[in-house]
Design a protein around this ligand. Sequence first.
Ligand code: PLP
Length: 385
Amino acid sequence: GSMWSKVEMAPPDPILGVAVEYNKDPSPKKVNLGIGAYRDDNGKPLVLKCVREAERKIANDESMNKEYLPIQGLESFLSQTSKIIFGDESPAIKEQRVAVVQSLSGTGALRLAAEFIALDPSWGNHHTIFKKAGLQTKTYKYLSPDMSLDFDGMKSDVQAAPKGSIFIFHTIAHNPTGVDLSHDQWKEIAKVCQEKEHIIIFDTAYQGYATGDLESDAWAVKYFAHEMKMELFVTQSYSKNFGLYGERIGALNVLCNDAETAVKVQSQLKGVIRPMYSSPQLHGARLVSTVLSDNKLKDLWKVELKQMSQRITEMRSALVRELTACQCPFPNEKFSSWNHIVKQIGMFAYTGLSAQQCAVLTQEHHIYCTKNGRFSMAGVNPGLS
Ligand code: PLP
């Protein structure tokens, strides 16, 4: 027997497990709406033209070697990434108040933020709070049964949480609901967070996917940072908006009140990174920084990003049109239309379908989605109708 024969089988990942089931299905009709990755009009993965061009530039540049990166990552990437989220003219960046490190995409950035909050000695009180919760997480109210934002519920949860609680907010294009706060609602939440000295982590995985515009999609972060002058964590992922999923490229920004603190914070982040994976990966950072530091490629990126977000918006309308035309029954008695799918933004449609209804979709129609009724709208294409 093996030393590990008593090890129990781990449950399949609720999201990635859908892809495993999908791959097993021999039906030519099958559709995968489980994975949050962009697909083109033919249902195929897309490598952006700006990325292909950057790859050619890198391949032809003999001066680019494969040396280790510094712990914090590629400097040319780091100097660009914060500008994408805080804006080119960000006073916080000009005053050097942003501590930034490269991360293994958005997930890695979140993990670094958590490790930093739990470790950093200067955050003693927060540390206790984190530990007290036994590293367990709680949810705050967000969605009403009719698929609109439960703003009052959310606000009262933020208000009722102990002082200095850690809140993760989705910067834009909330996953899985596709429901975001309005600017006025963000203003109210910011005020409560400031009063309660909450620690905010803005998780930014879909910048550009909501409005098609990087600037407007960063509104919430900029408001908290520049208008409210709050200290913040901001994680960034270039998986979706650069289509660099497997390259695992992202960043963690820690916005501090002064430049001196930012330097110390970055040194602590390096202390988290070094024993975990020593230093980050090179290629994705190089791709992003090559695109961002070349105006032509940067413009091309913005165009391609807009095209991706527009195609998804079109697929929302197309899906609702088809569902309405064939008089598809609604998920349950709380619905009187499918219009919530058109109102939602970002990559996903939160359909309201139950786990059983999703199972029927899969078994009878070879349509794969996560059990919470979330459709990746990028998986929908005109060829399906
Ligand atoms: N945060 C949210 C809300 C996400 O939906 C995702 C990916 O689906 C991530 C973070 C992290 O993704 P990645 O690690 O691929 O950047």
